[in-house]
Design a protein around this ligand. Structure first.
Ligand code: FES
Ligand code: FES
Length: 160
């Protein structure tokens, strides 16, 4: 089957896609977008989090055919090596990146949180990242990174 997906604003086509192939596989192996990580392939870890038509989901649980004709944003849409997204920068500055395997998924989850809530409570932060497993940080640094991102965004708004 041929699948056509708009990924990060660009139309992509993939041919000979097998019915059981996941969106994650198509993104990583066919489109060369390796930012979304493949850790469990069972919807348990959140490392493959992407936006599908603006809603976050685990790309490993979405069949590629389900994404046909739809819009996907991956972590590559947020920032680049030269210009990190504010949430990515906050993760770096707060020491929330250790092995980094969970980081793309966490960054997507936090971006989604902050798009909808400019000033989340600690409970809301922890709830927002509850679907993202991290084996390294113990989550304290991740929560701090979210606070840093919130503070910086507030400071920018106040300075205007
Ligand atoms: S790889 Fe998709 S949730 Fe773990
Ligand atoms: S930083 Fe290693 S799994 Fe989260």
């Amino acid at each position: 089957m041929r699948v056509t997906i708009t990924v990060n604003g660009q139309r992509h086509e993939a041919d000979d896609v097998w019915e059981g192939e996941s969106l994650l596989y198509v993104l990583r192996e066919r489109m060369g977008l390796s930012g979304s990580k493949n850790a469990c392939e069972q919807g348990e870890c959140g490392s493959c989090t992407v936006y599908l038509d603006g809603v976050t989901c685990c790309a490993c649980l979405v069949a590629a055919g389900q994404a046909d004709g739809r819009r996907v944003e991956t972590v590559e849409s947020l920032g680049s090596d030269d210009a990190l997204h504010p949430v990515q920068q906050a993760f770096v500055d707060a020491g929330a990146v250790q092995c980094g395997f969970c980081t793309p998924g966490l960054v997507m989850a936090v971006d989604d949180l902050l798009r909808n809530d400019a000033s989340p409570t600690e409970l809301e932060i922890r709830e927002a990242i509850s679907g993202n497993l991290c084996r390294c940080t113990g989550y304290g640094r991740v929560v701090e990174a979210v606070r840093v991102a919130v503070r910086r965004r507030r400071d920018v708004v106040v300075d205007r």
